[in-house]
Ligand binder design. Structure first.
Ligand code: EPU
Length: 440
């Protein structure tokens, strides 16, 4: 067994943590809980450093196994990656001849497919493994491919790899799909466009704050992107990018998870470092359910209510600025103990409901109807051993454990370590009865 070098985190066995998290429910929470840097902002920005000539210094990069994985891939692609004592990550391309991202690395994390556009644009050709299947549903990459082809790329599939060649000409591409736009597809195409020979118009792009952060980072490196934050990005290609220092935005999904936990336990909790403007849809649903939420420029606070339990409200996940799919499992945990019946509809990943069956093991009354789940709230959840299927599902199960009587053991904790930095310590610090138990 060894400890992760970059995260300094939990013990891993063959790369997989063998821990479980035990939560004893029924305790109130109190105090301030700090949000870490955004995983989904850090990952594409890390990939974007492939485009840059000279060192890049990134602040507020969370200590997560997904970040470790991305750093491992970047090292294999000829990057120097150093974590400084103060937590900053410094990256610099030292060997710009490597063009191939191997299957063994890409299969560990789908998000690594986002290196495709950057390798192609900076190194002339990219050979990147297709990421393969995913537990949260069908996750094709057709929009990535369409966008890169639209910029002049020639693509063939060889032995499970995408081989992308030809100069980045630039062009007009439309990135909307049946489920809205694509976050990592937008990042992939954008990264190629910034070094394009001609201008590009990217229409129907993802508007998630993580894409905005990527755009601002690229501009700080000398890129010329306009329309940031909107549905159409206009990019004037430049010859090269230079290094910069950049601070990753706070993680809105982690912030939303803590806020939902505070509402579930009816606790006075302040989520520090959160950007309320990134969580408008979430706060809207929580307030509709009867929660009292206060906000300031960099915090969100739950105020306990007299009634304690919230009312059931319907919720539909949508691309940003809609309610994020990455908070659907956590919101389901809340609705499982609300007063009344709610309907949760998944419009981003219609199959992302594996956690529902695990929540049923805690006594939650949940029924699937196509892309929806119908939840009959109950104040009698009881602890049980449960299995995490993905990282957001694990977070939903931990939250359910906070209100279930007895104890809940969440197994396969390696999922949660992909996206939540020291979650059990952070929750412990505000009074939760939660611990990590090592089975190793
Ligand atoms: N889609 C296509 N074709 C494509 C790409 C996507 O049809 O080429 C579909 C997907 O199947 C899905 C929808 O479009 O139905 C949105 O998928 P998107 O491409 O936006 O997802 P992603 O970029 O692969 C990121 C996050 C996910 C998050 C989704 C949606 C990162 C590293 N990942 O994935 O985060 O759920 O956007 O917001 O940014 C997580 O953090 O737990 C996580 C899964």
């Amino acid at each position: 067994m060894h400890r992760s070098l970059l995260t300094g985190g939990s013990p891993v066995l063959g790369g997989v943590s063998v821990d479980r998290i035990r939560v004893r429910g029924g305790r109130g929470l109190q105090g301030a809980i700090a949000v870490s840097g955004s995983k989904n902002s850090a990952l594409p920005i890390l990939a974007a450093t492939l485009l840059v000539d000279g060192p890049v210094r990134l602040r507020n990069v969370p200590y997560l196994s997904d970040v470790d994985n991305m750093c491992r891939i970047l090292k294999a692609l000829g990057m120097r990656v150093d974590r400084h004592a103060n937590g900053d990550l410094e990256l610099e391309a030292v060997d710009k001849t490597v063009q191939q991202a191997p299957y063994e690395l890409v299969r560990t994390m789908r998000a690594s497919f986002v290196v495709l556009g950057a390798i192609w644009a900076r190194r002339g050709q990219a050979v990147v493994s297709y990421p393969g299947g995913c537990v949260i549903g069908h996750r094709p990459v057709d929009l990535h491919i369409k966008g890169l082809t639209g910029l002049g790329g020639r693509i063939v599939t060889r032995d499970g790899y995408v081989v992308l060649t030809g100069p980045v000409q630039g062009g007009t591409v439309f990135l909307g799909g049946n489920y809205g736009s694509t976050v990592l597809g937008t990042a992939n195409v954008l990264m190629a466009a910034v070094l394009g020979r001609g201008p590009s118009i990217l229409e129907g792009v993802a508007m998630e704050p993580e894409i905005e952060d990527l755009c601002h980072f690229l501009n700080a490196c000398g890129a010329r992107i306009r329309g940031i934050g909107g549905h159409c990005l206009v990019v004037d290609g430049v010859d090269n990018l230079h290094g910069c220092e950049w601070t990753i935005i706070p993680d809105r999904i982690e912030a939303g998870t803590f806020l939902i936990g505070a509402v579930m336990t009816n606790s006075p909790v302040t989520v520090m470092g959160a950007r309320p403007e990134h969580l408008l849809a979430v706060v809207d649903r929580l307030q509709a359910a009867g929660a009292q939420i206060e906000s300031g420029p960099d915090f969100l606070r739950n105020l306990p209510t007299r009634s304690g339990r919230v009312a059931a409200v319907d919720m539909t996940t949508l691309p940003y600025p809609g309610f994020p799919t990455d908070l659907q499992a956590q919101f389901m945990a809340l609705m499982a103990q609300a007063k009344g019946v709610s309907v949760i509809t998944e419009k981003v990943y219609p199959e992302r409901f594996i956690h529902a069956a695990e929540m049923q093991r805690l006594g939650a009354r949940i029924r699937r109807e196509g892309p929806s789940a119908i939840i009959e709230g109950s104040d009698r959840l009881t602890g049980a051993p449960v299995m995490a299927s993905d990282l957001r599902a694990s977070a939903g199960l931990v939250l359910a454990g906070l209100v279930a009587s007895g104890h809940t053991d969440v197994r396969r904790v390696y999922h949660i370590d992909r996206g939540y930095e020291r979650i059990e310590q952070k929750l412990q610090d505000i009074g939760a009865d939660i611990e990590r138990i090592s089975d190793g």
